[in-house]
Design a protein around this ligand. Structure first.
Ligand SMILES: [Zn+2]
Length: 188
């Protein structure tokens, strides 16, 4: 079944994502458009999939007393533009026209502050566990739609959080199969 993914450049929304607006966003610097994509992995609590905690974290409604691990992230105000669930379902928290708070201290090809000019995509997962087939399918469709909407971005401008914040971040981890992603994008 082919689903039609497309980005509306005026609003920065992508179809067919479910919308779950995050307050953790602000304006990109004047004149700056998306120029790269950062791929992340996240699970809350770590290693557990399918719960509502990621949406809760990104909307500042997580009960930080709900799990011992949450103490480590208490008060964190973060977001990403998109989340791809294990079943491939797509959720949008921040329009691409706005800056999401996902990269932190980061650098890509000599340019710092990747949040300013990137689109952040979280895959529900963890570094050492295989990502789900359906996540690759959705990610490939999302990226194709992003490439269409933002000509500055091609497969060469898709990096992992581990690549832009080496030593500090490890996601999406060795379990993420970059060659498989590239194959699906038709990139040699
Ligand atoms: Zn990350």
């Amino acid at each position: 079944m082919q689903t039609d993914f497309s980005v509306y450049p005026d609003t920065g929304l992508i179809k067919p994502a479910a919308q779950c607006p995050s307050p953790n966003q602000d304006a990109r610097p004047a004149g700056v458009a998306p120029a790269m994509v950062v791929v992340h992995g996240i699970s809350l609590p770590p290693g557990e999939f399918g719960g509502p905690e990621i949406e809760a974290l990104f909307t500042n409604t997580l009960d930080f007393d709900g799990h011992p691990y949450f103490n480590e992230i208490r008060g964190l105000a973060v977001s990403a533009h998109l989340l791809i669930r294990r079943d491939g379902a797509l959720v949008q928290f921040v329009p691409f026209t706005m800056r999401a708070w996902h990269a932190g201290d980061s650098c890509f090809r000599g340019q710092y502050c990747c949040n300013d000019y990137s689109i952040g995509i979280e895959l529900e997962g963890e570094d050492e566990s295989a990502y789900d087939d359906r996540q690759y399918v959705t990610l490939q469709q999302v990226l194709s739609a992003i490439f269409d909407a933002y000509p500055a971005i091609s497969a060469r401008e898709v990096a992992g959080h581990c690549d832009i914040a080496p030593g500090r971040k490890s996601d999406p981890g060795p379990a993420f199969d970059w060659l498989r992603l590239y194959d699906g994008l038709g990139t040699p």
